[in-house]
Ligand binder design. Structure first.
Ligand code: CTP
Ligand code: ZN
Length: 154
């Protein structure tokens, strides 16, 4: 990439979440709890041109490496995202997110009457019926959540 096209600068230490489905950077920030006052520099790119996806979003978080539960939640929003761990300016680990077959506790069921939304101590559980477009089935009530419903359930 030439100097004239550099949009966001490289980071020294932290995590770059790259190839996020365009339009979902803010959902990723919500999952990571980056909503208001945070420490460290966070850089967000929205609708950045991408060879692979046409357009993509990206999030760069300095001084933080993500937990595996956080990576699994990102997979629900951005099935092609890559998680790059940066140490001293170098990419030391690059991982593609992977959607598990069963999703536990990451999101709430969209059916308000579902037992997993009551005060009962049951953990939300969904089965992946389809990966693209993403479709999830609730273990408790059978409700099907479609792709567009999922970001609201975090
Ligand atoms: N990156 C960064 N700071 C660094 C190193 C890398 O912000 N010190 C970013 C790059 O801008 C890129 C991502 O981390 O968005 C992955 O870096 P790299 O593997 O070098 O880029 P690509 O080869 O383009 O990655 P891919 O093949 O995954 O598209
Ligand atoms: Zn349910």
């Amino acid at each position: 990439m030439g100097e004239t096209t550099l949009r966001v600068s490289k980071i020294k230490d932290g995590t770059v979440i790259d190839h996020i489905t365009a339009g979902h950077a803010l959902d990723v920030l919500k999952i990571l709890g980056v909503t208001g006052c945070v420490h460290g520099v966070v850089t967000v790119g929205i609708n950045v041109p991408s060879k692979m996806l046409g357009f993509k979003d990206m999030v760069k978080i300095e001084g933080r490496e993500l937990k595996s539960e956080e990576v699994d939640k990102i997979a629900l929003l951005a099935p092609h995202a890559s998680i790059n761990i940066i140490r001293n300016y170098k990419v030391v680990d690059k991982q593609l997110v992977q959607l598990p077959n069963v999703i536990r506790e990451a999101i709430k069921c969209a059916n308000p009457a579902c037992i997993s939304n009551s005060k009962e101590p049951v953990k939300s559980t969904f089965y992946v019926e389809s990966k693209e477009p993403l479709r999830l089935r609730c273990h408790y009530c059978g409700y099907i959540m479609e792709n567009q419903d999922i970001p609201k359930q975090f």
